[in-house]
Every structure is written in structure tokens, then in C-alpha cells.
Design a protein around this ligand. Structure first.
Ligand code: DON
Length: 305
């Protein structure tokens, strides 16, 4: 396995040369496009890693998986999907167009920014502070590693420049799609995107999903089996945004990407995988991550299809 992962990193480094580090959140520009890492956690809890797999990065949209899982555990699927659909969009992750053109009664899915904001507004807690603390504690539980924190600089950077998200949120407020205090929901969303983690953290989360909700490190049940199933399905159809269809064909692993450069993958019944490489393609997905996951999927026959 060690050799296989080293080969992945070499391929990832090659692929990363074609990409760009995210710059629309100014603080993310500081990422090193040459960083590449990968980690696998199997269902017995064994950890394999190569490259920069211990390096922290902001989880960004990968936290959409975490917040959806927490909202599902808090409220149940019926209540959550009263507020958000589960349909892929074919549009970019921060697209605003569909709201006016298609006039939906709820955002299309929990993996686009609009849907994620609605999902975060459903997390239980009396204040934004309590909600983010619950999300951080849940990140600790899912990853099996305590002490997750927010990168304050990235959080402030995104809060200062997040006008697209602000416009999405206020549009949803104006049409009644999103209830609650808009500024508080935005703040929670900006904070959650700035949660720091590494490849091992997201590989462990992938392993929890892969084992239908049991933690591979402890055997403890963390999620309802049904919630793990729902989230893996939505990752497959929507997790790579408007590249989800292509990724399903080329790789076939339920996955979720983030503009910090991470991708979380869950191979049902087999393993969790986390990749890191901040050089992104035009759709906001890590080029190194996609290359490594495609290689791994072929080499280990991991496609679910
Ligand atoms: O809201 C945003 O735009 C970012 N905080 C997260 C976007 C993201 O990670 C999209 N992923 N590929």
C-alpha cells in the first residue's frame, strides 16, 4: 500500500501543474500548489499515508458533508429535506442563476453553497457559537481526532469578501426559502468552511461513511446507517459539483471536494480516502486529488459501479 500511495503522490504532483490555487478567497492564495498528500483509512482503522497527508488545510466545502450529517442526526431526513432538495444542478457551486430562472421552493441540493447554508441553519443550538462548537465537536468525533479549530485568517478573509454567498443568502431570505437570522447563518457558514483538517481526518470520515456509520478506530456507532447511506448517495450525485457525472464515470467513488484542495472519498464496505492538493481545475476541484483517486480506483478496483 505504501508504494501505491507514493505512486499516487507522484501522479498527483504531475497533474497539479495544470491547476491554480483558489484566489477568490484572498487568504487561500497562500496555499502551495506543489503540496500533494493522500491517506487511506481501512475499516479496521489502519492508516496509510504518503506525501503531505498530515498537513492542515481548510476543509471548505467538505464541511458540507459534516453539516449535512449533523443536521440529519439532529432533525431527521424528513425535516432536512423539507428545506433542501437532493437533485444535482449542473451549475457551479455558487451559482445564483437557478434561483430566479427556475424559482425553486428550496435549494437544489446540500452540496452547493445555497443548500449548505440552509442545512447549517438547521443545526441545533441556541446561538451561532453553540452551533459552530457542536459542528467542531462532531468533526472531532467523525475524524476520531480531537481539537479541530477554525483558521481565523481564512474565516475573516471569506467573511470580508463573501459577497456572492451573501447575495445567495439574502436572495433566499427574500423569497422565504431560508428562515432565521441571515447574518448569523452566513457567519456560521463562513466559520464552518474555515475548519482545519488534514487528509487523515477526511479519510477517517470517509471510513465512517464506508462502514455505514461505525468508527473504524473504535467500533463505536457515530451515525445512523440510513444517514450514512443518504450522504454517500448525495456525494455521488452532487459532491464534485458540475463535474459529478464525469467523476462518477472516471472514478466511481462517492466523494466531496473543497476549494482548500481536499477531497473526501468513501468506498462502501472497503475504505475511506482523503486527498490534498490545492491546485484546482476550473470547477474548483483538486487536480491532484482527482488524478490520485482515478488511479487508486482503477488500481484497486474501487468503483462502486
Ligand atoms: O463558500 C465558498 O465559496 C467556499 N467557502 C467553499 C466553496 C468550495 O469549497 C467549493 N468546492 N469545491
Amino acid at each position: 500500500m505504501e508504494e501505491r500511495l507514493k505512486r499516487c503522490v507522484a501522479l498527483g504532483k504531475e497533474a497539479a501543474k495544470e491547476g491554480q490555487v483558489a484566489s477568490y478567497i484572498p487568504e487561500l492564495k497562500k496555499g502551495n500548489p506543489e503540496d500533494v498528500g493522500i491517506c487511506i483509512v481501512d475499516l479496521q482503522g489502519k492508516v496509510y499515508g504518503a506525501g503531505e497527508f498530515k498537513k492542515n488545510f481548510t476543509l471548505q466545502s467538505i464541511t458540507k458533508v459534516i453539516s449535512l450529517l449533523l443536521a440529519l442526526e439532529d432533525r431527521g431526513a424528513e425535516e432536512v429535506f423539507r428545506h433542501v432538495h437532493m437533485e444535482p444542478t449542473g451549475d457551479s457551486f455558487n451559482s445564483i442563476m437557478s434561483f430566479e430562472v427556475k424559482n425553486p421552493t428550496k435549494p437544489f441540493n446540500p452540496m452547493i453553497n445555497a443548500g449548505a447554508m440552509v442545512v447549517s441553519s438547521l443545526i441545533l443550538g441556541d446561538s451561532p457559537e453553540e452551533r459552530i462548537q457542536r459542528l467542531l465537536a462532531f468533526t472531532d468525533r467523525l475524524s476520531g481526532t480531537p481539537g479541530h479549530v477554525i483558521d481565523e485568517r481564512v474565516y475573516r478573509s471569506e467573511k470580508e469578501t463573501g459577497d456572492r454567498n451573501r447575495s445567495l443568502a439574502y436572495f433566499m431570505k427574500s423569497t422565504g426559502i431560508m428562515e432565521g437570522n441571515t447574518e448569523e447563518i452566513l457567519d456560521l457558514y463562513f466559520m464552518q468552511c474555515s475548519i482545519l483538517g488534514n487528509c487523515q481526518d477526511i479519510a477517517a470520515m470517509g471510513a465512517v461513511l464506508a462502514s455505514n456509520g461505525r468508527h473504524p478506530f473504535t467500533g463505536e456507532r457515530i451515525l445512523k446507517k440510513e444517514n450514512a447511506r443518504i450522504v454517500k448517495t448525495i456525494m455521488t450525485t452532487c459532491g464534485m459539483y458540475d463535474a459529478s457525472g464525469e467523476f462518477a464515470v472516471s472514478c466511481g467513488i462517492p466523494a466531496k471536494s473543497g476549494v482548500g484542495g481536499g477531497i473526501l472519498g468513501a468506498v462502501p464496505g472497503v475504505l475511506g480516502v482523503g486527498t490534498f492538493g490545492p491546485a484546482l481545475d476550473r470547477k474548483g476541484n483538486s487536480l491532484a486529488g482527482i488524478r490520485m483517486l482515478e488511479y487508486l480506483a482503477h488500481d484497486m478496483d474501487l468503483s462502486i459501479f
